[in-house]
Ligand binder design. Sequence first.
Ligand code: PEP
Length: 256
Amino acid sequence: MSSRKKFIAGNWKMNKTSADGVTLVHDIVLAVGKQSDVEVVVCPPFTAIESVAKAVEGSEVKLGAQNMHFEASGAFTGEVSAPMLRALFATHVILGHSERRTIFGETDELVNKKVLAALKNQLRPIFCVGETLAERESGATLKVVQTQVERGLAGVGKDQAAGLILAYEPVWAIGTGKVATTEQAQEVHAFIRGLLTNLFSDLVAQKVRILYGGSMKPANAPELLAQKDIDGGLIGGASLEARSFVELVTAAIAAK
Ligand code: PEP
């Protein structure tokens, strides 16, 4: 048991129209919208943010985006900025997701600019790191994660750092049905907490929530969430149905 409040975030990716998103979040709010033992965040696509914001109003369910540009405004066709997300009452933003890194070529340097811009605009980054299968098999996991954490968080002040949320997502476990063993996940989570101690302080490291992401489901969540340094989950597939997402929140309440 730790003093950190458990945190469950749903990453809907490129799924759900605005209307479908409202239906989904309505069921989530009904089931877990009044509890505050676990922090619950849903991250719809940009097109559903405004309608989902209205649907979560007055509940404990919070709203996040899946990406943003680091500039506040300008000639960046197709992009949205932190102030635009804030204006829609988003409180969180996923940054550095492996799909952004691999499919859209986002580098550690770009992710770092976004992290700094999010913090400047009072948006809490859910900052993702994780190794590929080839990197794990070659024994490079900790080195890869260290580089991503150190580069991604460069320039973040000690006073801002406690507001960060990190997500360890082994790329080989995302959307594949393959889940890291609890030992594999706990090892990397503890390693990340050590990095946060070195970068900031032990006090900060003890406050930062580190989520696990990668095929987390109601069946495997209790064991993962019982680990000392696993403070919640970033959920893809299982966040698209109210029943499985609510079950994950319930598992986090039980593990708190
Ligand atoms: C994710 O995309 O962040 C994720 C963890 O997906 P899934 O739960 O589907 O593996």
